[in-house]
Write a protein that binds this ligand. Structure first.
Ligand code: GLC
Length: 423
């Protein structure tokens, strides 16, 4: 039975996209975007030498950012594998790196108490039996397509299943399996996208559950999963499948690219990243925030700055995220509620002048404080008969709780008022 208790508690994880595309440093889809042949792409394999790689520094930076679990790309769409797979030569051990890069990483994160997971690509633009389709880098090379026309997807699926078995039997307990992605609904006339029949998804899922009974599997095998994965957008509300709320995890980037992208300047601010985490939890979801390490094996300074900034907020406000979820109460404008039992957290995205009013909560709160410094926040319930006069506010509607805020906004990414609910 999949164990989702930790997932719902921990809420915030690290996604890592790392591979030989990090040397190209132009997005993890560079082989597709630039239609690069295997021959031309080989230079990244031949020069992949992450000499500064020390996964314990990654784990420490993620821990300090308040992250509790991590998911790393064992293999991305270009087919390059970070571990010493017995089923291919297209792996880290055959590059100047000359060793398995995945084992030490799993160890380093486990040492810091992280739950661990693999992102494994269903696509493979290097495998000789993966049929060419409209996403393949060689899609416009007619001679290549002709030579590849007898490729056998079932042999590729055998490979996919074989490597999945390696990952789930050689690296200890795995908590998350993140497959990516199915696209059978896409067609290019001369070819059709791939999905559950191509991957033999039911069989794959059964094997995954047999090998790792408690594992959580995402929703990209085209047969459902344990959690859904909105990508690079913030859901408007709780995620639903067939009208029922489901576990979800928004996967997000720091700058729009998953793989290291040297010239990308589209970096999100720390405040925006913190608000994305709060927004997700307020809607009952998680955030898996990505870092693309560079080809020296390091998190770049801009990524470390983002993680550090988030960490400063999480250090003071973590309890308004961990173990929290959506609330029965409706927040005021420009704010979010997260709740954990009798603790309700009001996250103020916009700092109002003097007061914030909470309709319907006049009799529900016994104490209020700013979370960053535990300083008391004044509470009043204005009587229904009170008329407005000069500095005196008039009635605000049935049972409205009014909080008095200092003029100066606390110097944190998002100020939070912790409300202690009456039992
Ligand atoms: C998308 C991207 C892929 C990335 C994944 C992560 O599918 O195309 O490169 O790995 O999202 O969510």
């Amino acid at each position: 039975m999949p164990n989702s208790d930790w997932f719902v508690h921990d809420r915030f994880g690290l996604f890592i996209h790392w591979g030989i595309y990090s040397a190209a440093a132009r997005h993890e889809w560079v082989k597709n975007r630039e239609m690069i042949s295997d021959e031309d792409y080989q230079k990244y394999f031949d020069h992949f030498d992450p000499d500064l790689y020390d996964p314990s520094t990654w784990a420490q930076a993620a821990k300090d950012a308040g992250m509790k679990y991590f998911v790393v790309t064992s293999k991305h769409h270009d087919g390059f594998c970070l571990w010493d797979s017995a089923l291919t030569d297209y792996k880290a051990t055959n590059t100047p790196a000359g060793r398995d890069l995945l084992g030490p990483m799993m160890q380093a994160f486990r040492t810091e108490g992280f739950k661990v997971g693999f992102y494994h690509s269903l696509l493979d633009w290097h495998h000789p039996e993966f049929p060419v389709d409209g996403l393949h880098p060689m899609r416009e090379n007619m001679a290549f397509r002709e030579a590849a026309k007898n490729r056998d997807i079932s042999k590729y699926a055998d490979y996919l299943h074989g490597q999945t078995r390696e990952l789930l039997t050689q690296f200890g307990k795995i908590d998350v399996m993140w497959f990516d992605f199915s696209y059978s609904n896409r067609g290019w006339g001369w070819s059709q996208g791939k999905g559950k029949d191509d991957w033999r998804s039911q069989e794959l899922m059964a094997m995954v559950r047999e090998l790792q009974p408690g594992i959580l599997v995402n929703d990209r095998l085209e047969i459902g999963g344990d959690f859904v994965t909105p990508e690079q957008y913030q859901p408007a509300g709780a995620m639903m499948v067939d009208g029922k709320p489901v576990l979800w995890e928004a996967c997000q980037t720091l700058n729009g690219s998953w793989g290291y992208h040297r010239d990308n300047l589209d970096w999100k601010s720390v405040d925006m990243l913190v608000k994305m985490i709060i927004d997700s939890v307020s809607k009952g979801g998680n955030v898996l925030l990505n870092v693309g390490p560079n080809a020296r094996g390091e998190f770049e300074p801009r990524a470390l700055d983002s993680l550090r900034g988030i960490g400063e907020w999480m250090r003071l406000h973590g309890r308004s995220i961990y173990g929290c979820g959506s609330s029965e109460f409706t927040p005021p404008a420009d704010a979010r509620f997260t709740q954990n039992g009798d603790r309700l957290y009001l996250h103020l995205f916009n700092w109002p002048f003097g007061h914030v009013h909470l309709p319907g909560m006049g009799h529900r709160v016994e104490y209020a404080q700013l979370l960053n410094d535990a300083s008391e926040i004044g509470m009043t319930v204005i009587g229904a008969e009170q008329a407005a006069q000069n500095t005196t506010m008039g009635a605000l509607g049935e049972d409205t709780l009014t909080l008095s805020l200092p003029v100066h906004r606390p110097d944190v990414s998002v100020p939070v008022v912790e409300l202690f609910l009456k039992s």
